[in-house]
Design a protein around this ligand. Sequence first.
Ligand code: ADP
Ligand code: ZN
Length: 638
Amino acid sequence: MENKLDSGSIALFIGLLFLVALQLFWATPGVPPIAYSDFRRLLDAHEIDNLVISPTRITGELRSEQAKAALPASDAAALGGGPPPYTFSTIRVADDSLPVRLAAAGVRYSGTLDSNWAGSLLGWLAPLLLFMIVWQFMMRRGGGTRDFMGIGRSRAHVYVQRETGATFNDIAGIDEAKKELQQIVSFLCHPERYRRLGGKIPKGILIVGAPGTGKTLLAKALAGEAGVPFFSISGSSFVEMFVGVGAARVRDLFEQAQRQAPCIVFIDELDALGKVRGASPISGNDEREQTLNQLLVELDGFEANAGVILLAATNRPETLDPALLRPGRFDRHIAIDRPDLVGRRQILAVHTRKVPLAPDVDLEELAARTPGCVGADLANIVNEAALHAAEADRSSVAMADFDEAIDRALAGSERKSRVMNALEKLTIAYHEAGHALVAQSRAHCDPVKKVSIIPRGVAALGYTQQVPTEDRYVLRRSELLDRLDALLGGRVSEELVFGDASTGAENDLERATAMAWHMVARYGMSERIGLANCADDGVAHALGGAEGPRHGEHTAQCIDDEVRRLLNEAHERVARTLDDRREALDRIAKCLLDREVLEHDELVALIAGEPVQGDGAEARVREDTSGEGQSRRVERAA
Ligand code: ADP
Ligand code: ZN
């Protein structure tokens, strides 16, 4: 905030000073004052005339030179020389006898209101000015417009950075995202190369990831690598209390960005501004909608080749208005996951680059002890450790410092819940191994692309991601049954291994039940129910026009029974599969514990009982630090 004292507030300040001076000047009576007691005496002596009486002051004329001479010397001198009458004034004192005395003296007098216009003006303006100054101060605190008149101006130009100082070297563990952005750097640096062939440079890129996974860092590094200005602004700061201000800001932001093209505009917290519109028709947030609409207009308006690349970050892509994600807008998505073991090691390596480490520090082990931590957490841990070592006045940071730092970092309740204890980790490993093994053992299941036990999102503790080999529109019964098996794989594996069930399968069971219900009630895949479509939701109403389900109590009971039967049969099949292949299950689970993430090929090798390439995580890390790096891009969770 270097322009704290910009022209606007200086002008306001000077204006205020001026008014104060004016007030002081006018408040000083232009006529010399005399004491009230003197005034009364002179009044009784009939030496006074032509009085003007205001609520605070009495002004009048002194008739004679003798009267003046009777005054104290200093007052008399103040009245000045020359012939009478002399104008004087006195401060009015509460005096009930005044009207009587005035009448007795027979002087001419009139009343007046306080004629001190400057004073009253100040009384008006001072609070107003004060308000404006406070307002301005607050606006600046919230990100800062440049001056009061420029409410609609974007704060982006306050935040435009010529050099972000960040490079891709500062980012680790998210190589796939890096690679995608590197391509964009080349768009920005050599636009003609792409334009010549009629290619369109992407306009909007949405970076999706949990807080602290490095989204901002990535955007900054992009600007740094491309050597272009970096505008950054937060979605929440667009939405002001006045309707229309946000929209004006968006317009201004894009105007400025286009003037400085090529450049990068980064909107953090896009969800604050891009939430689905019209969720509540009555109390809809007009301001936010207007702002969002303006953003859409600008997105459509600027030419993709103009050299402005818009990056936005969010950790809740599902809340975004679909209009934002349409082609030509934020149509490129880059997902950043929580880093896995290897990623965490690499991030720790980046952040310990400038930290002198004691020989006992093992980054490998530190990475293993911080599952679920994101880049920001790791950066914080390194910093805490360094501070701890400095406190003890040591010249290098030792493992004990890191212990302390990790404990401190994980002390936050939120973090703690994300970092699993050993038993939980084992449970999740077997759960995911079960999903993966069953999916791989079924002829009709999509191949497993990736298995992970890194916590992600709020609910999911691990995940098994299957990627269809082709788009499917129609599924056969055998395929649905296989999918059902894969869904139950996690739960059954837990039962088999631990003889106990955990809550981790809730979502699986919900999906499995829904699938079984659809098979029975909608798809006519159960002999007992036959071909009748028993869906009792909106569709049935639309068709039959009648209220309530189209089937009786008995049929409802049958559907329930059939769903249960399907699930039980699937359970049995899965139990048999996992029992038969228990060794493979153990191998997968163990490897998952070691590495946290398994790719398709590794999984296949494990199932086949073959040695996995680069056995053990250490080997892989070594290979990583020397070579290309283990890169992974993660699509939406399956
Ligand atoms: P986000 O924008 O996703 O909330 P940031 O980009 O602000 O996260 O990350 C905060 C800090 O965490 C960064 O400044 C950096 O020090 C550290 N950090 C996060 N991710 C990484 C990473 N992949 N590699 C190196 N440092 C990282
Ligand atoms: Zn599961």
